[in-house]
Design a protein around this ligand. Structure first.
Ligand code: HEM
Length: 278
């Protein structure tokens, strides 16, 4: 019996399309990419916690406007200001909870914590998406149509991924849950990808294609690319396990380049977009 099983394992291994070393490179590249995102998003949380939390929780909403915004605090617009306040408070929660959810050690060691941060993450995803849609379409916070449509698509994808991920978790289908949870994490990170993307593009090209009202070709690309490109990279990674050596190495290289872009973009975002306002 034991030999039959061993034979099966050997046969399965010989059918596996990629070799061990490409799997190792893929894992390394993924780890590097995840660390780059982790560091960059931790900086984003730090900025929100140090800039928005003190001003919002103390009721000093006017201080939001010390940084460039489309529509931050507006005197007399109690509902709009409250909507913005809720949005920035949830922004730190979703970003911090997302990082906790994708950390394998936390997930394995503290499954109850994983379930609770998971629930908080879902609530924050729904609040940010629906609240964000209200800010855009009711408060009128957008600079151009591409930006408004892009972020609307983002909200719809976040809501879909949250629903699918929740559904599979309840049915205890954890392989599918993991895939949808990763898609949700990437979609909910799109606003962060946008900031980091602008910075990385600015450093490397000097800002070619960025319009004065964020209406240039690059702005229009990033309005959708901030979600679509990372989701495509994720899908390539999720499918890489079934591919041969060459494709695995190509995906590993893609992840490594993405990691470098995110590290550079995050550092620039910290120095240009976030730390000067803290
Ligand atoms: C899900 C993750 C999200 C996070 C972490 C997030 C985070 C933030 C942060 C930190 C701000 C303050 C602006 C800044 O200092 O950069 C903000 C503003 C805003 N967000 Fe979100 N957001 C998310 C999703 C969304 C969605 C899905 C929408 C729209 C459907 C949206 C619409 C807006 C709008 C309209 C503003 C005001 C921008 C301005 O006045 O300049 N957000 N968001």
């Amino acid at each position: 019996m034991a030999t039959v099983e061993q034979d099966n394992v050997r046969a399965a291994a010989s059918r596996a399309p990629g070799s061990g070393s490409t799997t190792t490179w893929l894992k390394r590249a993924m780890l590097f990419c995840a660390w780059s995102m982790g560091i960059g998003q931790a900086l984003f949380v730090l900025f929100i916690a140090l800039f928005y939390y003190p001003s919002t929780l103390s009721g000093n909403f006017a201080r939001w406007n010390s940084k460039p915004l489309i529509t931050g605090f507006q005197a007399g617009d109690g509902t709009g200001n409250a909507g913005f306040a809720i949005h920035v408070l949830f922004a730190a929660i979703i970003t911090a909870a997302g990082l906790m959810q994708i950390t394998p050690r936390l997930r394995q060691r503290f499954p109850r914590l994983h379930r609770w941060t998971g629930r908080s993450y879902m609530v924050a995803a729904i609040a940010l998406s629906l609240g964000g849609l209200w800010l855009v379409w009711v408060r009128g916070t957008y600079l151009n149509l591409a930006g408004a449509v892009g972020i609307t698509a983002n909200a719809l994808v976040i809501l879909t991924c949250a629903g699918m991920s929740w559904r599979y978790a309840l049915r205890r289908k954890f392989a599918q849950h993991r895939r949808w949870a990763l898609r949700l994490f990437v979609a909910a990170s799109a606003v962060w990808f946008m900031r980091v993307g602008y910075m990385a593009w600015g450093i490397t090209t000097g800002g070619i294609g960025i319009g004065e009202r964020m209406d240039g070709p690059f702005d229009q690309f990033l309005a959708f690319g901030n979600m679509i490109v990372p989701l495509l990279v994720l899908e390539a990674y999720l499918r890489a396990g079934e591919c041969g050596d060459r494709r695995r190495l190509a995906v590993a290289a893609l992840l490594a380049v993405s990691g470098i872009v995110m590290l550079g973009g995050s550092a620039a975002a910290w120095f240009v977009m976030w730390s000067p306002y803290i």
